[in-house]
Each structure stands twice: as structure tokens, then as C-alpha cells.
Design a protein around this ligand. Structure first.
Ligand code: MG
Ligand code: ZN
Length: 374
């Protein structure tokens, strides 16, 4: 009898101590699992290394928008196949967290399809948007919605647009849809409103429709050849649309042609494209600042051109050649990509996760953790 009452008392005591503990543990797990971030906006400057970013500090009259970001990190960009990545492997690392071979679009080293963050958001019933100044089928945007063994198969890549379910896209690449009937028809059949001439005013955009803006046959014009404020305008329009939809969203915006200027070893091309990218970054930052639940990440897939801001070498009488440290000469060391680390800037909830030096695939991992997907 005494033993039974002791047992009951012990059980009671245990329940008093253990149950609240269980509750606290459960609550803590709940709290940890609760996604800290609602929206993610990933801004990729293709080929935008630290020197490209630095150039805006010397060629813009006011402080660049890059300065507004409180968190800075560095991303290591090598591919699984090469020390120097291309844009396909670089973007797949960011979109799906997998190191893969150069040329791979949304597939791993063995060409298996890998789910992208954009596809994850779609599956969750959230919204998505993609914007680029290249063709929307080009390696960087393609790696967010397509799964193809080679970046060169643009028509095959375009076929993935409709099934991806992306809600809003804007860029070039019209011909990859208009010159292949199935690609065009599938968009229309799925209910996309597609305009091949111009962006729409925000007042015409309805939250329950899907939109595609294909404004050039292949790449959009250069900023110096009349692209105007397309990048910022398309991004602002997408943000307006996504806000109206009232669902969490993932958006990727690419300044595609910083890379092309690097390949051309054309400093003016590089700098004007980076300045245009920074303008768009400012608009996104304004949105995120107001919204409060949006994480913004600015990074690059790799550096292009081995670009640097050298000093001008001048012939000085009686002294010979001297470097003038007050005169910058943008200089290239290669017509291709380089292996240098690229900057990562972050703002918003979870931004502090992006400090330090890490692999490009970690950017995907951090984003997925912050929305509670990993
Ligand atoms: Mg690109
Ligand atoms: Zn490139």
C-alpha cells in the first residue's frame, strides 16, 4: 500500500516536472520551425565581381544602393567540373544548391533534375517571378525553372516555362517561343498573358493572371543602346503584382549583361550595366524596407573579365613611367570568367546568416532554411 502511494506520488511529481518541459520543448521546436522570412528576392549581377561593384563607387554621382546593405559575405563560385564556373553551373548552385558541371541547367553532375527554390515556392502555392536583361532562356534565369543537360538548348529550355508555373517573367528570348509553336501555345493554353512589345502599366495588371513579357528576340539591348529603365521598371511592376497577390513569393532578377561587357573587355559596357543593376537594387531595397518580411540578397554567379580598377601609367619627364594613383583605368586580365570570390550583400530578416566566406551552394541552403524548407 505504501509502495503504491509512493509510486502515485512519484508519478504526480514527474508529471508536474516533465509535462511543462515537454510543452516548452514542443513550443521551442515550433518556434524554430516557423519560417522567419516570407519573401525572398535574389538579385544576380552576372559576372559582377568586387571590382565591377567597386566601379559604381567611382562612376556614380551619388552613393550606390549597394551601400544600403548592412550584411556582406563572400561566395566561392567553382563548379564541380572546373575551378572556374560558367553561368549555368553558377546559377544551378544558387537555384538548387548543387555543384554541377559547366553548362548544366537545373541538373546535377549526372544530369539528374534537381528541384529549384522557384519550383519549391510554386509547389507550396506561393508566387514566383523571373526577370533578366538576357533571353529568359539564357543560363542564369533558365537554371531556376528548366532542367536541361546543356545551356545551348534554348528551345528545350523554353518548353519548361509553362510547366514551371512561374507567375511573372520579363526579359528577352521572344524567338524561342514564337519560332516553336508548342512553346508559344503552351503558354497561351496555360492562361499566360504574353506581351512581345512592351511592359504594361501596373494599373492593368491583375493579381489572378500570369504574365510574360518577351521584349526582344534574344538578349535585350545594351543600356547604352536604348534599353532604358527596363530592368528597374520590370522589377517594380513584378513587385506591384506580387504584392497584389498577397502570397509569399520568390523573385530572381538578373543584370545579365555585366558579364557580356566583361567578355568584350569593354569597360564602359561593364560599368553602365552595373550602374543599371544598382538602380534596380535600389527599387528592390525600397520595397523590402517598407515590407519588413522580405529578404534581399545581391550576388553574382562569378566574376567576368578579371576586371580591376588599375592606376593610369603616365610618362613623366626625367622619371620615366609612373603610376598616377588619382586616375583609374578599368583593366581586364581575361576575356573569360575568373575564379575570384564574389560579394554577397543581404538585407531583411535572416540577413545576418550571409556573413562569412562560403560556397555558392550555401546561398541556396540559407534561403531554404530561412523559409523553413530545410
Ligand atoms: Mg546570365
Ligand atoms: Zn560569361
Amino acid at each position: 500500500m505504501k509502495f503504491v502511494s509512493m509510486l502515485i506520488r512519484a508519478l504526480l511529481l514527474m508529471s508536474v516536472i516533465v509535462f511543462p518541459l515537454l510543452f516548452v520543448t514542443a513550443f521551442k521546436t515550433e518556434e524554430r520551425k516557423k519560417p522567419a522570412v516570407k519573401n525572398i528576392i535574389l538579385l544576380i549581377g552576372d559576372g559582377m565581381g568586387l571590382s565591377q561593384m567597386s566601379s559604381t563607387y567611382f562612376y556614380k554621382n551619388e552613393e550606390p544602393n549597394f551601400s544600403r546593405f548592412p550584411v556582406v559575405g563572400l561566395s566561392q563560385t567553382s563548379a564541380s567540373s572546373h575551378k572556374i564556373t560558367d553561368s549555368a553551373a553558377g546559377a544551378t548552385a544558387l537555384s538548387a544548391g548543387k555543384k554541377t558541371y559547366n553548362g548544366a541547367i537545373g541538373v546535377d553532375q549526372d544530369t539528374n533534375h534537381v528541384e529549384t527554390i522557384l519550383e519549391y515556392f510554386q509547389k507550396q502555392g506561393k508566387s514566383t517571378a523571373l526577370i533578366a536583361t538576357s533571353s529568359i532562356t539564357h543560363a542564369t534565369p533558365a537554371s531556376f525553372y528548366a532542367h536541361v543537360d546543356s545551356r545551348n538548348k534554348a528551345f528545350e529550355i523554353a518548353a519548361f516555362m509553362t510547366p514551371s508555373g512561374v507567375d511573372f517573367f520579363a526579359g528577352g528570348g521572344r524567338k524561342f517561343f514564337t519560332q516553336k509553336e508548342e512553346n508559344w501555345k503552351s503558354l497561351i493554353k496555360a492562361g499566360y498573358t504574353v506581351d512581345t512589345t512592351a511592359l504594361w502599366p501596373a494599373s492593368r495588371i491583375e493579381s489572378n493572371r500570369k504574365y510574360g513579357f518577351l521584349l526582344a528576340d534574344d538578349g535585350m539591348p545594351r543600356i547604352t543602346e536604348g534599353r532604358g529603365s527596363f530592368l528597374k521598371d520590370a522589377t517594380t511592376l513584378a513587385l506591384n503584382y506580387l504584392e497584389k497577390k498577397e502570397t509569399p513569393f520568390f523573385m530572381m532578377v538578373e543584370g545579365s549583361q555585366i558579364d557580356w561587357g566583361g567578355h568584350a573587355n569593354d569597360a564602359q559596357y561593364v560599368i553602365t550595366e552595373t550602374l543599371d543593376f544598382d538602380e534596380m537594387v535600389g527599387a528592390v531595397f525600397d520595397f523590402a524596407e517598407k515590407d519588413g518580411n522580405t529578404l534581399v540578397i545581391v550576388t553574382a554567379d562569378h566574376e567576368t573579365g578579371g576586371f580591376t580598377l588599375s592606376s593610369e601609367v603616365k610618362e613623366v619627364p626625367f622619371k620615366g613611367q609612373q603610376s598616377d594613383y588619382n586616375s583609374i583605368v578599368p583593366t581586364f586580365s581575361t576575356g573569360g570568367h575568373s575564379a575570384t570570390m564574389v560579394p554577397v550583400l543581404a538585407f531583411g530578416p535572416g540577413a545576418e546568416k550571409f556573413t562569412g566566406i562560403y560556397q555558392n551552394t550555401e546561398i541556396y541552403t540559407k534561403m531554404m532554411e530561412l523559409v523553413g524548407a530545410l
